[in-house]
Design a protein around this ligand. Structure first.
Ligand SMILES: *[C@@H]1O[C@H](CO)[C@@H](O)[C@H](O)[C@H]1NC(C)=O
Ligand SMILES: *[C@@H]1O[C@H](CO)[C@@H](O)[C@H](O)[C@H]1NC(C)=O
Ligand SMILES: *[C@@H]1O[C@H](CO)[C@@H](O)[C@H](O)[C@H]1NC(C)=O
Ligand SMILES: *[C@@H]1O[C@H](CO)[C@@H](O)[C@H](O)[C@H]1NC(C)=O
Ligand SMILES: *[C@@H]1O[C@H](CO)[C@@H](O)[C@H](O)[C@H]1NC(C)=O
Ligand SMILES: *[C@@H]1O[C@H](CO)[C@@H](O)[C@H](O)[C@H]1NC(C)=O
Ligand SMILES: *[C@@H]1O[C@H](CO)[C@@H](O)[C@H](O)[C@H]1NC(C)=O
Length: 539
């Protein structure tokens, strides 16, 4: 029997066998990486057989690979050195598989009675997964505007692709994100890409049943912004003091960083940068009146420009060098007029107020303010006008004060003499003369009409004698106005004991002792009663 006939016979037998018995081979396919050893396992358990024959099926024709039987292993020349069959279980081993080894393999187990069992299985030689790489359709993207198409390509067989953002798989939603797989590549399309979409980083996994390869991390710059633009401080004071350390700052999230421009009303301010200082505002001569300031952020890549909210303020010069101008000559109560005026050397004065000795100065028939409160006329001056006048100039950014001391000469309007009217001989006598006046009055004393040498307000007699009795006249003269006033006082000096009245010292001491004794007795009695007579409870 020639080989062909033998093969045909076995083939026929194998059909009968396969129809008759349980499966000989498991479900395929068997996968193996190119170059590795492959073993095609059977489901046989200690089979009894005459021959086990393995075939490689090419275009429906079976091509014997190897046979094992009592005579041992016989390998077809084409497979010499690479193939063996385990005689206990029929496993076929192939060393370092080649691509051409892919295909269908079939086994026949032939027993002594000529019956045969057969099975078929597919062997897939997989090319190793390699060269997994991501490419983008764009070198850079604009948030919301760009549709990013990432292509992951790889080498290998029977590849499946997966996209990963960081550690989480990217799932297609069919709208914003779509994935299209092909044999050796996968396309991830992200429409209207967001800044957060690609920071992953993004990886692509290419896998067959046996291996998985990961691409290098991929990131793509997504330009965005400017987002909302903030200006700080958002609510500056309505007025700023000129020359102070103040600035506006502008900020916005943007990639690449935004460039900022400033506007005063609708006019652009020449000030590059995110900070606009008061110094710049002043240097450009702006800010004299209240005006709106805004900042605009521009992103060169996205082309978007966003405006900040408006802030508004005016710049005011501080008030400096306040000064009160007042009368310079000598002022006389009832006869002089004073004009006080208050001015500053610089600054914008918004309000003026006046105080005298710390109290608000109020208008009256004598005191008249100019309509702008810059001056006050006092006519006529009175002694009450002596004191410190203060003018307070203020605006919303500062306050400046100036003082003026007013001296109004007056008096004396009255003279008052005080002292003992009657004394005993040898007693001390003090007579006081009071005569309010500016400048202080010159005092002279007369006794019984005769000028004395005393020129002080206090007239002192160390030890009175009888002839000190008489009339004492105090004369006070204002040295400036020469106005003179006088007052008299009568003193009478009496003999010793003439002025005694009431009890002697000894009598007074006796009375005091008696009262103290009585008081002690009363207290003792109260203590005694409390101890001996308990107070009855009212309950
Ligand atoms: C593959 O098979 C060959 C020949 O049977 C053997 O020499 C080699 O050690 C095997 N390699 C592996 C990795 O099992
Ligand atoms: C982005 O899209 C908007 C609206 O679709 C469009 O007005 C704008 O010009 C686009 N920006 C760029 C830079 O293409
Ligand atoms: C991607 O990110 C890595 C690390 O964050 C960085 O080194 C690399 O330059 C980035 N590549 C691109 C294209 O932005
Ligand atoms: C202005 O103020 C800022 C912040 O308050 C401070 O950092 C800066 O040193 C100040 N500059 C001057 C000149 O005072
Ligand atoms: C007041 O002024 C008048 C006229 O100027 C003068 O005659 C008079 O003496 C003055 N009175 C005093 C108290 O100075
Ligand atoms: C005070 O001011 C008023 C009004 O300006 C003026 O009429 C008057 O002459 C001034 N008097 C003095 C003493 O300066
Ligand atoms: C002063 O006058 C009084 C009363 O007129 C008289 O009693 C007295 O003696 C006089 N004294 C002297 C020292 O002249």
């Amino acid at each position: 029997m020639d080989l062909f006939a033998f093969n045909s016979l076995l083939f026929l037998l194998s059909f009968i066998g396969s129809c008759a018995g349980e499966a000989v081979l498991p479900e395929g396919p068997v996968d193996v990486i190119l170059g590795k050893n492959a073993t095609i396992q059977t489901l046989l358990n200690k089979p009894t057989y005459t021959f086990i024959i393995w075939y490689f099926v090419v275009e429906g024709e079976r091509d014997r690979v190897a046979t094992v039987g009592d005579a041992g292993l016989n390998v077809a020349p084409a497979w010499e050195g690479r193939v063996s069959i385990n005689k206990d279980n029929g496993f076929l081993s192939l060393a370092s598989v080649k691509s051409e080894d892919s295909g269908d393999y079939s086994i026949s187990i032939i027993t002594a009675d000529g019956s045969a069992r057969t099975g078929d299985i597919q062997l897939r030689v997989l090319e190793p997964v390699s060269a997994v790489a991501i490419k983008s359709n764009l070198p850079e993207a604009l948030e919301h505007n760009s549709t990013v198409v990432l292509t992951c390509s790889a080498k290998g067989s029977f590849l499946k692709f997966t996209w990963i953002n960081g550690t989480t798989p990217i799932l297609a939603d069919g709208k914003k994100i779509t994935v299209k797989d092909e044999e050796l590549s996968s396309q991830l399309t992200i429409a209207g890409v967001l800044r957060s979409d690609l920071v992953g980083p993004i990886y692509c996994l290419a896998a067959n049943k046996l291996e998985t390869e990961k691409s290098a991390p991929f990131n793509l710059t997504v330009y965005y912004g400017p987002d909302e633009v903030t200006i700080t401080p958002a609510k500056p004071p309505q007025f700023l003091q000129a020359g102070t350390n103040f600035s506006l700052s502008c900020a916005s999230h943007s990639s690449p960083p935004a460039t900022f421009t400033w506007h005063y009303g609708q006019k652009a301010i020449e000030n590059p940068g995110a900070v606009l200082t008061l110094k710049t505002i002043e240097k450009l001569g702006l800010g004299k009146k209240a005006e709106d300031y805004t900042c605009r952020a521009n992103n060169a890549k996205t082309g978007r420009t966003i405006s900040s909210p408006v802030v508004s303020f005016a710049v005011l010069d501080p008030i400096l060098g306040a000064k009160v101008t007042g009368p310079t000559g000598t002022l006389i109560a009832g006869n002089s007029t004073a004009n006080l005026s208050c001015e500053a050397t610089s600054g914008t004065v918004k309000t003026r107020t006046w105080t005298k000795d710390g109290q608000p100065l109020t208008a009256s028939s004598r005191i008249v303010f100019s309509s702008d409160m810059s001056s006050v006329m006092i006519n006529p001056l009175q002694k009450e006008d002596n004191g410190e006048f203060m003018c307070v100039l203020s605006n919303p950014v500062n306050q400046n004060k100036a003082l003026h001391k007013m001296v109004v000469n007056y008096g004396p309007d009255s003279v008052q003499v005080d002292g003992e009217k009657a004394v005993e001989v040898n007693e001390l006598v003090t007579i006081m003369c009071a005569a309010p006046s500016i400048p202080a009055a010159n005092i002279t004393w007369k006794f019984n009409g005769t000028l004395t040498s005393v020129t002080t307000a206090k007239y002192v007699i160390e030890k009175a004698v009888y002839k000190n009795s008489g009339t004492y006249t105090c004369e006070a003269q204002n040295p400036l106005t020469m106005k003179t006033m006088k007052a008299t006082h009568t003193l009478s000096v009496k003999e010793e004991g003439a002025l005694d009245e009431g009890l002697s010292d000894g009598a007074i001491a006796g009375i005091v002792i008696a009262i103290l004794v009585a008081l002690c007795a009363a207290i003792a009695l109260i203590m005694y009663c409390r101890q001996k007579v308990p107070v009855e409870s009212p309950y």
